[in-house]
Write a protein that binds this ligand. Structure first.
Ligand SMILES: NC(=O)c1ccc[n+]([C@@H]2O[C@H](COP(=O)([O-])OP(=O)(O)OC[C@H]3O[C@@H](n4cnc5c(N)ncnc54)[C@H](O)[C@@H]3O)[C@@H](O)[C@H]2O)c1
Ligand SMILES: O=C(O)C[C@H](O)C(=O)O
Length: 347
């Protein structure tokens, strides 16, 4: 899953940063043109994510959009000597221009948590932000792959789907909730507990992206190492509470930004690789029928059309099956909350 991409991203980023010539050659001859937009580009996630996208030689055009602050961020990132052409857009009147021709749109726009808040507490503000941005995507780049980072992801993805349905542009293969940070955390915690090389480690994480809806499947981790029940419990809990761990450590100054930018860059790269014909498998929150929930995160095969196949859950341990049973009610209600937000007449 993510293991090889991690090493590849870092290696490629370094070589891209030190060899403009090589990057330009790759962009113009061997790789297709790929335009990526970051919406919320001046924020805590948006800035490092914009930088990582600028370092990625698969990106030929980078569009940085925020309601404020983007000119400075765009000017700054544009001086990095890699191939991607950078444009900054600030203010709602520029949004259409920012989105035109995009292959991938990454959305980290919205408010982050403070200590004591749940992700669902962000719904009030972020639901409206996501609805507005997705309306613009439907109008200006309806064929783009949308990578939703804004929380609560369990609800913002259904919001996006409903907006696209209203505009007649909904293609479930092209809408993704980004849950890569959960996988990154599970890999980190598992490898460090067991003294494994993190580059060799993979752990699928399924369900959703909030509290108990985050369900890491350590029974399917590779390489397989014996875990006691207590270790499984501790690893699961730490993965589920990883976001809260960062929120508390930042003590009122927001939530995960740097690790999220890294995870977001990995997932965007996986999407672009898929579009370019390099199929790969990632865990992500998508329209799904592998459970009785309409959206669910699981392993997904990415390809030229976005989602090529939603893969099944495989064999679960009793502990994981209990976790799956326990998460469904919360996830179902978060999904419905998103649907009702766009269709209040049906609520
Ligand atoms: N999916 C995940 O795993 C994950 C991980 C970390 C954070 N998040 C979420 O990502 C979001 C952003 O977090 P952050 O730390 O970057 O917050 P931030 O406050 O630092 O940045 C958010 C940015 O969004 C911009 N913004 C607000 N409304 C906008 C609009 N209508 N159009 C464009 N831009 C707009 C703001 O101006 C700001 O620059 C939060 O909702 C957070 O909970 C998700
Ligand atoms: O925890 C948060 O509020 C941000 C994000 O969803 C995370 O998992 O770090």
């Amino acid at each position: 899953m993510a293991a090889r991409s991690v090493a590849t991203l870092l290696k490629r980023s370094v070589s891209a940063a030190t060899s403009t010539q090589t990057t330009r050659c790759m962009s113009s001859s061997s790789t297709p043109k790929r335009k990526v937009a970051v919406l919320g580009a001046a924020g805590g996630i948006g800035q490092p994510l914009g930088l990582l996208m600028k370092l990625n030689p698969l990106v030929t055009d980078l569009s940085l959009y925020d309601i404020a602050g983007t000119p400075g961020v765009a000017a700054d990132i544009s001086h990095v000597d890699t191939g991607a052409r950078v444009e900054g857009f600030a203010g709602e009147q520029d949004l259409g221009e920012a989105l035109k021709g995009c292959d991938v749109v990454i959305i980290p726009a919205g408010v982050p948590r403070k200590p004591g808040m749940t992700r669902d507490d962000l719904f009030k503000i972020n639901a409206g932000i996501v609805k507005g941005l997705c309306t613009a995507i439907a109008e200006h780049c309806p064929g783009a792959l949308v990578n939703m980072i804004s929380n609560p992801v369990n609800s913002t993805v259904p919001i996006a789907a409903e907006v696209f349905k209203q505009h007649g542009t909904y293609d479930p293969r092209k809408l993704f909730g980004v849950t890569t940070l959960d996988v990154v955390r599970a890999r980190t915690f598992y490898s460090s507990l067991k003294g494994l090389s993190v580059r060799e480690v993979n752990v699928p994480v399924v369900g959703g992206h909030a509290g108990i809806t985050i369900l890491p499947l350590f029974s399917q981790a590779s390489p397989k190492v014996q875990l006691t029940d207590d270790e499984i419990e501790a690893l699961t809990k730490r993965t589920q509470d990883g976001g809260t761990e960062v929120v508390q450590a930042k003590a009122g100054k927001g939530s995960a930004t740097l690790s999220m930018a890294y995870a977001g860059a990995l997932f965007a790269e996986a999407c672009i690789k898929g579009l370019n014909g390099e199929e790969n498998i990632q865990c992500t929150y998508v329209a799904s029928n592998i459970t009785d929930l309409p959206f669910f995160s699981s392993k997904v095969r990415l390809g030229k059309n976005g989602v090529e196949e939603v893969l099944g859950l495989g064999t679960l341990s009793d502990y994981e099956q209990n976790g799956l049973d326990a998460l469904k009610e919360e996830l179902r209600s978060s999904i419905q909350k998103g649907i009702d937000f766009v269709n209040p007449q049906h609520a």
